[in-house]
Design a protein around this ligand. Structure first.
Ligand code: GLC
Length: 429
């Protein structure tokens, strides 16, 4: 079925309202019954077109669960629900409201700036941005202290789930080094909600849990986790998001007259930018992950290596090369942007992050293309996103057939649709 823009917006608003729990929004019923970090931030981008105050609340709720060391966790377990595994009893982080013990891509700084700059209610936006910028800034300082203890300028992920691209081929080699001894017996819940062929294999799940148990054994002390983890991967996508959000924190700080905070954020950006090109691969014509344990680039061409556009990283030649990769991948499938290079034998169009398209990734990459002066390429990506929702507001989509996969009535997919159609209407007006 083809939707016109106003029908698409209405349907998106319905999904957002069905998943709204008052002060936070669940990504989808059943599969993900709590608050997820980057889901919430990106959801606010859609919610603002319906109710700006509600959008600010989404981020306030997340920020309220920041750890004393500055980390903002990847899941907040606001309510008990045994439909999800691993729950609070496995994480055991000892927080007043239980949370997981790892983090997720820091899109908060980016979203705060966008909410602030494009707000209709300027007074509300100023008050909320002032109240929230400190949380984003402290989180970023935590990143460079805890995840870059040697001061290289780039942060490492200690768990595949921190990337937000949980099951990407990018993690295969590093994950293979993670042992599986001593894992407590467990029962997965994801495969009771979604076809197992669209979810990770047991071998990966065992290792995800080994890492959780290892960090738990260290009392979730972030001063110890980095060096103790056998999984330490520098992801270009994640670092690009951090750099972009840091730029946005700097710009927002300047707008609010917080010059000290803005200057410190700009210094972090300068250092990270100087280090970043180490992740470029001339052979693959894109950015790759760096395995901090082996010191080698990881031979895996995923969409994470295209996300540096979001922070305008690289020379114009490199940005152009990334646009060419996107065009090639789009030509090899029917819908872009696949989460992994379709020419790689590991590409699986239906399995979670090893091929499927995600509207939030499309949004971030398209924002980057536009920022790098590649507006036509950005528009092509937006068009794909809007065509995909004909398969429902799914968690992710098969890039070859367009079939909706994973969880249904998915919040951040709906948020992206609300954002895209409203932006399009504003551009025409
Ligand atoms: C999956 C995704 C992750 C997302 C979560 C909730 O775990 O990989 O990025 O935050 O679902 O939607």
């Amino acid at each position: 079925m083809t939707f016109d823009d106003s029908t698409a917006f209405e349907r998106a608003a319905t999904v957002l309202s069905e998943n709204d729990r008052g002060t936070y929004t669940v990504p989808t019923k059943g599969l993900y019954p709590f608050q997820w970090n980057w889901d919430s931030c990106l959801t606010a981008l859609g919610q603002r077109h319906i109710d700006e105050a509600r959008a600010w609340t989404e981020i306030e709720t997340l920020a309220a669960h920041q750890w004393p060391d500055g980390m903002i966790p990847h899941i907040i377990f606001h309510v008990a629900d045994d439909g999800y595994f691993p729950g609070p009893d496995v994480w055991q982080t000892g927080r007043p409201v239980p949370t997981s013990g790892i983090t997720q891509p820091p899109v908060m700084g980016f979203v705060l700036r966008r909410l602030y700059e494009e707000a209709k209610d300027k007074g509300l936006a100023e008050a909320k941005a002032r109240a929230l910028i400190g949380a984003a800034d402290a989180w970023h300082r935590w990143f460079y202290a805890a995840r870059d203890p040697e001061g290289t300028g780039l942060v490492a992920l200690l768990h595949p789930w921190e990337s937000g691209r949980d099951n990407s081929c990018d993690w295969d080699a590093a994950l293979a080094r993670v042992p599986t001894d001593g894992i407590e017996p467990y029962q997965r819940r994801d495969t009771s909600h979604v076809d197992a062929a669209q979810r990770p294999h047991k071998a990966e799940y065992d290792r995800y849990l080994w890492l959780v148990q290892r960090f738990r054994g260290l009392g979730w002390d972030n001063a110890k986790l980095h060096d103790a983890s056998p999984f330490r991967v520098v992801d270009p996508g994640f670092n690009a998001i951090l750099i972009r959000s840091d730029e946005d924190i700097a710009a927002l700080g300047e707008a609010l007259g917080m010059t000290g905070l803005a200057t410190a954020a700009r210094a972090r950006v300068a250092k990270a930018r100087a280090a970043f090109e180490r992740l470029w691969s001339e052979v693959h014509g894109q950015y790759l992950c760096l395995d901090r344990v082996t010191g080698e680039l990881v031979e895996s061409r995923s969409v994470g290596g295209l996300l540096p556009l979001f922070a305008g990283l690289g020379t114009p030649e490199r940005q152009q090369a990334l646009a060419v990769r996107i065009a090639e991948w789009r030509a090899a499938t029917r819908f872009g942007i696949a989460s992994h290079d379709p020419a790689d034998p590991r590409f699986e169009p239906k399995r979670y992050w090893r091929g499927p398209v995600w509207l939030i990734v499309n949004y971030l990459v398209a924002d980057g293309l536009a920022r790098c002066g590649l507006a036509e390429a950005a528009e092509a990506v937006h068009q794909d996103s809007l065509k995909l929702i004909e398969g429902g507001f799914a968690e992710y989509y098969d890039p070859v057939t367009g079939q909706g996969l994973g969880g249904g009535n998915f919040t951040w997919t709906a948020a992206m649709v609300a954002e895209l159609v409203r932006k399009r209407a504003e551009a025409v007006a």
